[in-house]
Design a binder for this molecule. Structure first.
Ligand SMILES: C[S@@+](CC[C@H](N)C(=O)[O-])C[C@H]1O[C@@H](n2cnc3c(N)ncnc32)[C@H](O)[C@@H]1O
Length: 294
């Protein structure tokens, strides 16, 4: 495995996310293989073709039979990223659109795919780019999946909505509310303007603010701001409710935790079709589910 200083590293939990994605992509393409649709795959936050799993490659006890470098290399685990998994699906998608803001990641992907005709790699903020692309995805002869896998609150609600209104596209969203999004909601209530703008674009509404904070006045009329309890859980409910307003079906999300058991993000499927829901519910249920009520 060739590596360089730009090597991407992921936590071991990324394996769960990517395996669930791959299972669903396989299910989807099998279900539609005899249908006359052109199948589209969009990877909005495509990332690196291959990543090293953090924590793998820890040198074991010294061995007289292996030199040190060889020894630790043997322990390293590399995993293929989402774009490569989509490309490798047997009888898979007819067209692939990959986006990444990071030029070097996009360049690596482009290099790797240059012999493949049906791949477009674009560098830039995926939000406006996907909204533009989605205008051409209303055609009833198309069907597709958009994998929307940001690190933080970078996926804008308008982007999700532009895919929902096509009536042809499903989405699989990494919704990092338990860590990255919750971190933007400061305890003090002083949320910097660029963070609060980002949260509003992510939820497509300012309602996150009322959900996150209690605002009261003390005896002297001063405002007291307090972050409420279980903000992540209630923001997840807000997001799921809004998804149900724009998609006919939303699967029960799967919670992904880190190795210490702390919640990180939810994998959410939403789409226009009951068969998709059935597959997504089955696949997401293989890991940990959140309460049925969500
Ligand atoms: C979580 S990683 C994606 C991992 C990849 N989907 C996988 O699982 O193999 C997020 C990626 O999104 C990219 N990114 C961040 N903001 C973006 C934006 N606004 N538009 C497109 N890509 C973005 C980052 O450069 C990074 O490569």
């Amino acid at each position: 495995m060739k590596r360089d200083h730009k090597e991407s590293r992921v936590g071991p939990w990324a394996v769960q996310k990517l395996n669930a994605l791959e299972d669903y992509l396989r299910y989807y393409n099998t279900a539609l293989k005899n249908q006359p649709f052109t199948r589209i795959y969009i990877d909005a936050f495509a990332g690196s073709p291959v990543s090293k799993v953090r924590g793998s490659g820890v040198p074991p006890e010294p061995s007289p039979f292996l030199d040190e470098a060889e020894d630790s290399e043997a322990q390293e685990q590399f995993i293929q990223g989402s774009p490569i998994r989509a490309l490798n699906i047997e009888n898979g998608f007819h067209r692939h659109y990959f986006f990444d803001l990071d030029e070097s990641r996009a360049e690596t992907l482009r290099d790797l795919c240059k012999a493949t005709e049906n791949v477009t790699v674009t560098v830039g903020d995926c939000n406006p780019l996907i909204r533009e692309l989605a205008k051409n995805l209303h055609d009833r002869k198309l069907r597709g999946i958009a994998f929307l896998d940001p690190y933080g609150a970078h996926l804008e609600w308008d982007t999700v909505e532009s895919l929902a209104v096509t009536g042809t596209m499903e989405v699989i969203i990494n919704f990092p509310v338990a860590m990255a999004i919750n971190r933007l909601i400061t305890k003090s209530g002083n949320v910097p303007e660029n963070w609060s703008d980002q949260l509003t674009r992510c939820f497509g509404t300012e309602r996150w603010r009322d959900i996150a904070y209690d605002i009261r006045k003390d005896l002297f009329g001063n405002e007291l701001v307090e972050k409420k309890g279980d903000v992540a859980g209630r923001l997840l409910d807000l997001y799921l409710g809004r998804l149900r307003d724009i998609f006919p079906y939303v699967a029960t999300p799967r919670l992904i935790r880190n190795t210490k058991g702390a919640p990180l993000y939810y994998l959410i499927w939403a789409g226009p079709n009951r068969l998709g829901l059935k597959g997504a519910d089955y696949i997401l249920k293989q890991g940990e589910k959140v309460a049925k009520s969500r």
